[in-house]
Design a protein around this ligand. Structure first.
Ligand code: ADP
Ligand code: MG
Length: 259
């Protein structure tokens, strides 16, 4: 008898309250931008994802362009992730990258390719011998800043990256730090434009400023291709041990400014 293999199509995040906003889940193979200002919780959100996915036996690659590996490992310990254990099981690959090195390698690849727009980004980004189900990148903004004055190169690089992830059915969460919530007004910001078009989903983490000077945290799923998301801005908290808790029914009300 033919054994029925049910292919998994959607991914739940496992973040408390968040999946209620999502419907079926995140379609496997999607690339999702995690946007927000500094301190809004982007890195912690991704670390929560990492923990939940690894606990379910998924292979996760965490690429950091910001914090050194040592500090990241401490971060993981704080959040309750047993790095060594997961590493032994082959579920986690934590790597610190230098954005300038990446920019230089892309430069070299592009000149080799004689301006052909197809370059093989695998060697400059994805470690050999590790085939991740999920890739987390912290952050596209640091990569972008290494391509200073070379926005077309950054764009080419991003197109290649998204193509690679899609071809390998890798679900990715890509952090993008933005000074202002770019989707609220009409001002589209510099190099962000390309990645916004390329991505399948956008999650925005806000720092809410109330008139009385109190700050709160809120988030929304702005878009997710193929999914009927709940379109609302809702509260969240970062609890002890940097655990993310979303309140899907607590819609933001009253007078506030999103930052
Ligand atoms: N253990 C903790 N408990 C509660 N809040 C924390 C804890 N650690 C960090 N934070 C909060 O998390 C925020 C930093 O989140 P982070 O993910 O590093 O931001 P981003 O990556 O968006 O710059 C800070 O605003 C800080 O107040
Ligand atoms: Mg961060």
């Amino acid at each position: 008898m033919k054994k029925e293999v049910k292919e998994e199509k959607f991914l739940k995040t496992g973040i408390e309250g968040f999946d209620e906003l999502l419907g079926e889940g995140i379609p496997i193979g999607s690339s999702v931008l995690i946007e927000g200002g500094p301190g809004n919780g982007k890195t912690i959100f991704c670390l929560n994802l990492l923990k939940n996915f690894c606990n379910r036996g998924k292979k996760v690659l965490f690429m950091s362009f910001e914090e050194p590996e040592g500090r990241l490992r401490e971060h993981l310990e704080n959040i309750g992730i047993n790095y060594l254990d997961l590493e032994k099981k082959g579920l986690i690959y934590l790597k610190r990258f230098n954005a300038l090195d990446i920019a230089r390698s892309v430069e070299a690849l592009l000149s080799e390719a004689k301006k052909e727009l197809l370059i093989d980004i695998q060697p400059v980004l994805i470690p050999k011998n590790f085939n991740p189900d999920i890739v987390l990148i912290d952050s596209l903004s640091s990569i972008s800043s290494a391509f200073s004055g070379e926005s077309s190169r950054f764009r080419i690089y991003m197109e290649q990256l998204f193509r690679y992830l899609e071809a390998h059915k890798i679900t990715s969460f890509l952090i993008r730090e933005v000074a202002n919530p770019t989707h609220i007004g009409t001002n589209f910001v510099e190099q962000g434009e390309a990645v916004s078009f390329l991505s399948d989903g956008i999650i925005i983490l806000y720092n809410v400023l109330r008139k009385n000077g109190i700050r709160e945290r809120a988030l929304e799923i702005l878009k997710l291709r193929g999914i009927n998301i709940k379109r609302r801005i809702v509260s969240f908290e970062i609890k002890n041990k940097q655990i993310f808790v979303v309140y899907p029914k607590k819609v933001l009300k009253g007078d506030y400014l999103l930052t």
